[in-house]
Design a protein around this ligand. Sequence first.
Ligand SMILES: [Cu+2]
Length: 159
Amino acid sequence: MRPLLSTLAFATLALASTLSHADVKVDDAWVRATVPQQKSTGAFMRISSTEPITLVGVRTSAAPVAEVHEMKMEDNVMKMRKVEPGVAIQPGKPLELKPGGFHVMLMDLPAAMTAGAHVPLTLVFKDAAGKESTVDVHAMVRALNANAPAAMDHGKHKH
Ligand SMILES: [Cu+2]
């Protein structure tokens, strides 16, 4: 019986991390590495869903504060702000979280993010009925210069 029981336990855990109706897929999740003293960084990924859902938040053990942000040019200045109530995702139109656009902001970092490390992220979604669900992903920390000009440095932007 033992092997069967552990298989069942695993299946239950796997189910708990997926949405009940929408089938959500997260690809290529990564976090930009930080330098010493840097207190914030961005996490990026591509999220697709079979049903309309909204990304409303993020939780992680790697940072005390994690928010969904949008970066935009306003009066010729790159600004970013927390997106509320969240970012809508439509079926067939994956949401790209990437440098210069939507991203997950990890703030008040207790330690540097070093390339190669894994960061557990719990994405929080709401479906059309307002029901909340979560999806767990592991993001890989990539080097500071990965796919981003210096202007995207999260240590300098205003909140
Ligand atoms: Cu940000």
